[in-house]
Design a protein around this ligand. Structure first.
Ligand code: BES
Ligand code: MN
Ligand code: ZN
Length: 502
């Protein structure tokens, strides 16, 4: 899909579908100037149809209207953006995604998109960036395994070009917005691809191979540790979790070094859980619990996705990252309940459930990242079903050792429209994970399960400021949204990129 910008009057663009924005007002919808202009060409017919359809202008709603030769564009797509005083960038992103999906469903190949009116309280460059991200995420499809009947896409319908049109934006600013939006969307869609890939293909070794080519393409240093090297550094937990699979574990170390050194002494350290398949091990999962477990590497995918865009976005700080890749399977070499493991920092862990494996690989990943010079740690993991029970689908649970870090992550998430809610690290619950034969045990029971998982991780954060994002409820969606289809969402990438580059 090709995205371009041109200045001019959007209603004069000959195209399959013209997207025009409509906001919500106190009594009736707020029509943008291009929407009014198309309505005039249609002798008021557009507003009549919108009224009939009860089109309200709510964010993410759309109405496709054929123009039957009465306007320059073959169709007009009304796209709701909600309240417009001022118009938030996240609403533009959602509206653009929904409109692009509606245009594609209607069969449009070439789309023109009228950017928001200048008096709607968002500058044109930001609006362009937000809209470009919306369409790129909204039109994403995972087509790698589609059969010969529809090779390119799910059903052969595909948008080929999108021209963003606005009367007032200079070409240089527009190009910069499109470039940045392209880097961000590519990173998110890359993370989605990893999350959608079957576990038979995306083994820990294959994850490392993809990290290698990513590092090569986007200017990152990389080092991959396999079982022998993991034994050398004492990563016993990773070896235990990955020990049941013929596809051995990998610890993937990445480093981004900015071109210009700003003298900033901060080195954020990212850590991602990448269980390429989670059967639960001997504490085996039931049928329903195992269905989406190819997506249990989504934390690692978000980390790799974010790392891949840092150079394009000219991130000013160095960033280190660790992806803990392993497959949690059953065999004669698998670990068992009752086993005791020694962490890289000496903390011993008693296994109660082999299904609480994410915190074990993260224990190694956190300590390793701290030792590589990180000054703060942020981990992302599809860690607990309890986080989904607590917050429902679509919301990331945030735990943080410091308010400052928590607040910056929350505002980054809000800025890009990724829903995130802070949860408490309740000290009193620490007793639930006190070990019988070892220092700590790897589950604290059902009550407060997301919190006790976070408290477990805290033992491996080496006193650094630390945040933990439990993305169990947000890494996948069960039905399509404005910004993507059912399946892997790539959640975390945009929050991290905003946090790291703002
Ligand atoms: N990968 C799962 C958590 C998960 C559940 C992710 C649902 C996405 C959707 C994790 O490894 C796990 O199995 N957690 C257990 C922990 C329990 C055994 C303490 C859980 O949440 O049940
Ligand atoms: Mn598990
Ligand atoms: Zn898991």
């Amino acid at each position: 899909m090709h995205l371009t910008f041109e200045s001019g009057d959007p209603t004069q663009a000959p195209t399959d579908a013209l997207v025009v924005l409509v906001g919500t007002g106190s009594e009736s919808p707020v029509w943008s100037v291009p929407a009014e202009d198309v309505d005039t060409s249609l002798s008021g017919g557009l507003k009549t149809l919108a009224l009939d359809a009860r089109f309200s202008g709510k964010t993410g709603t759309t109405l496709v209207v054929p123009t039957l030769g009465q306007a320059v564009s073959r169709r007009v797509v009304l796209a709701g953006v909600g309240p417009v005083a001022p118009l938030p960038a996240t609403a533009v992103t959602r509206a653009a995604g929904a409109a692009a999906r509606a245009a594609r469903d209607a069969g449009a190949r070439h789309v023109a998109f009228a950017l928001p009116d200048p008096d709607w309280g968002i500058d044109s460059a930001s609006a362009l960036g937000a809209a470009a991200i919306g369409v790129s995420l909204g039109l994403y499809q995972f087509t790698a395994y589609r059969g010969a009947a529809a090779p390119a896409s799910a059903d052969g319908r595909e948008v080929e070009t999108i021209r963003f049109v606005s009367p007032g934006l200079d070409d240089a600013s527009a190009a910069r917005s499109l470039r940045r939006a392209g880097a961000v969307s590519r990173a998110v869609n890359f993370a989605r691809d990893l999350g959608n890939e079957p576990a038979s293909i995306l083994t820990p070794e294959e994850f490392a191979a993809r990290a290698r080519s990513t590092a090569e393409s986007f200017g990152l240093e990389i080092e991959v540790l396999g079982p022998p090297e993991l034994a050398e550094i004492g990563a016993a937990a990773t070896l235990a979790v990955g020990g049941g699979s013929v596809n051995g574990p990998r610890l993937i170390r990445l480093r981004y070094q900015p071109d210009t050194n700003t003298g900033d002494s901060r080195v954020p350290g990212l850590v991602g859980k990448a269980i390429t398949f989670d059967t639960g091990g001997y504490s085996i999962k039931p049928y329903e619990g195992m269905l989406d477990m190819k997506g249990d590497m989504s934390g690692g995918a978000a980390v790799l996705g974010a790392m891949s865009a840092l150079r394009d976005l000219e991130c000013q700080t160095p960033v280190v990252a660790t992806i803990c890749a392993a497959e949690n399977m059953i065999s004669g070499t698998a670990f068992r309940p009752g086993d005791v493991l020694r962490g890289m920092n000496g903390v011993t862990m008693e296994i109660l459930s082999t299904d609480a494996e994410g915190r074990l690989v993260l224990a190694d990943g956190l300590v390793d990242t701290a030792r590589r010079g990180a000054t703060e740690l942020i981990d992302l993991a599809t860690l607990t079903g309890a986080a989904v029970v607590a917050l429902g689908d679509g919301t990331t649970a945030l735990f943080a050792s410091e308010d400052r870090l928590a607040d910056r992550l929350l505002s980054s998430a809000e800025e890009v429209g990724e829903r995130m809610w802070r949860m408490p690290l309740i000290d009193e619950l620490e007793q639930k994970i006190e070990g019988d034969v070892a220092d700590i045990k790897n589950t604290g029971g059902r009550a407060g399960g997301a919190i006790t998982a976070a408290l477990f991780l805290k033992h491996f954060t080496e006193r650094l400021p630390w945040a933990h994002l439990d993305i169990a409820g947000s890494a996948r969606q069960q039905k399509a949204s404005a910004i993507g289809p059912k399946g892997s969402t790539g959640v975390g990438v945009r929050t991290l990129l905003t946090y790291l580059t703002a």
